[in-house]
Ligand binder design. Structure first.
Ligand SMILES: [Zn+2]
Length: 468
């Protein structure tokens, strides 16, 4: 303990550390997690309906899962509440008997890891050794941009409720022609810390793999990646400084659940916020996406439950593109299964029937209003964020699956009608297509059925008609 204190003093005396502490104080003594959970435990409860959730919340139970599932959810309870839950007829199994002790252990570990990470210089290897607060995330983004300014840039989508900038990373090779864009975001729910590590791992792999790995190079050539690591910076900051299990944004008094604040299927009961897009975080994302009409893919990353989910989030019937979603989801799942030794297949399906009905969720809005194929991951784990040894595997889990999603969208994109690659959809493209068609070139296989026939002309004309 004494050596750790000395290390802290030594690092504090080093000027750069003070700058970081000025922005956030995750390491100040006693400041980490002011909200305490003494005498609380986490139990899995077989609560599956909105009515169940209401009943449990009435007795003061706090759900810790991202969403309820058909198997139930995990709740923070006192031992007395646990008895009450059982008396109400629910099955309840204790997963974490001493929550505050678990938080204290995590805090001590992170404090130590952060001190040594900062000593080594925030941009060094080791970012993924443990969870990281906002200043380190910021520096990591800067480092990626500095590494490949030809490939990466940083952009701002807007400001949070408390005035923090919501940053994005654009990764795109400067290749000719139009391409579809893929929006990914982490940290919708503040406490789901693995999600920001997961999307930053993706960003780093795309940057470092470009020109080295064939699959990555191809997909960075063909897709514009727009990665928003922390959609909810206020909530995230609050989970570091004050309350480890905060979920919402920071609008007083209790915050708004951002994944209930989108306009599609927003409803006064079941959704969140004064109205659709009442929150600056979701409104910023909406405005950013609508000002980028090339967006065709989206992923909202959450944790935990090992799930690949897609629309509908609210309606329980299959969405119009259900078969395409299910087939791609299954293929993505197969990549997840081989991403790390011993990975089990996850579950794949519509959000509403696989997990829980969500009103005003992100996937329905991206699907309906943004013309994007939208998935939602529930990353690995069966408890609040997995140990640091699981951060890299938990980031690798979905990497190949996300590439597959991007490739699917690029393969089928109507942007392919820009045959001559000048990003203008005009008669030159029709001519270029017909020439390719006449000489049986592979790129004339527009419907991707491996032979070049009249169906390809039709498919091309449909795509061309949509773009011109
Ligand atoms: Zn979530």
């Amino acid at each position: 303990m004494q050596s750790l204190s000395l290390m802290v003093v030594a690092v504090v005396l080093h000027g750069s550390f003070l700058t970081h502490l000025g922005a956030a104080q995750p390491l100040n003594d006693g400041g980490l997690h002011v909200v305490r959970y003494d005498g609380r435990l986490i139990a899995s409860v077989d609560a599956t309906s909105a009515g169940d959730l209401d009943r449990l919340e009435e007795i003061g139970a706090e759900m810790i899962s991202c969403e309820l599932s058909p198997a139930g959810g995990d709740f923070i309870l006192t031992p007395v509440q646990l008895l009450a839950v059982k008396a109400m007829g629910y099955q309840a199994e204790v997963k974490q008997p001493d929550l505050q002790a678990a938080i204290d252990l995590e805090s001590a570990r992170i404090r130590e890891s952060l001190v040594s990470y900062r000593q080594r210089g925030v941009n060094s290897d080791g970012f993924f050794d443990d969870y990281r607060p906002l200043p380190e995330i910021d520096a990591f983004i800067d480092d990626l941009v500095a590494r490949r300014p030809d490939l990466v840039s940083r952009f701002e989508i807007g400001q949070s409720f408390e005035g923090r900038t919501i940053w994005g990373l654009r990764i795109s090779a400067d290749t000719s022609g139009c391409k579809p864009a893929f929006v990914l975001n982490g940290i919708t729910h503040a406490r789901e810390w693995l999600t920001v590590m997961n999307v930053l791992y993706l960003a780093e792999q795309l940057v470092d793999g470009y020109g080295v790995d064939e699959e990555i190079t191809d997909i960075v050539d063909r897709v514009e990646w727009l990665i928003i690591p922390v959609l909810n910076p206020d909530g995230y900051e609050y989970t570091w400084t004050t309350s480890r299990f905060w979920r919402h944004n920071r609008r007083p008094p209790g915050g708004v659940d951002l994944n209930r604040n989108y306009s599609v299927q927003w409803r006064p009961s079941g959704s969140h916020g004064a109205g659709p897009f009442s929150e600056p975080e979701t409104a910023s994302l909406r405005d950013f996406v609508l000002s980028n009409p090339q967006v065709r893919a989206h992923n909202d990353t959450h944790s935990y439950s090992n799930l690949v989910l897609f629309p509908w989030a609210w309606l329980t019937q299959p969405c119009p593109d259900h078969e395409e979603y299910q087939a791609l989801g299954d293929a993505m799942n197969a990549r997840i299964a081989v991403a790390n030794p011993g990975n089990q297949p996850w579950e794949v399906g519509p959000l509403s029937t696989t997990l829980y009905r969500i009103a005003g969720g992100s996937t329905d809005w991206f699907y309906v209003e943004a013309n994007a194929m939208s998935f939602l991951y529930e990353l690995r784990g069966s408890g609040f964020d997995p140990p640091p040894s699981s951060i890299l595997p938990g980031s690798r889990d979905t990497f190949g699956a996300t590439l597959l999603h991007a490739k699917h969208v690029a393969d089928r994109s109507t942007f392919r009608a820009d045959i001559d690659g000048n990003c203008v959809f005009d008669l030159d493209d029709v001519l270029a297509f017909l020439i390719a068609f006449a000489s049986d070139e592979p790129r004339a296989d527009f419907d991707l059925d491996t032979d070049v026939d009249f169906d390809d002309v039709l498919a091309f004309l449909v795509a061309f008609g949509e773009m011109s």
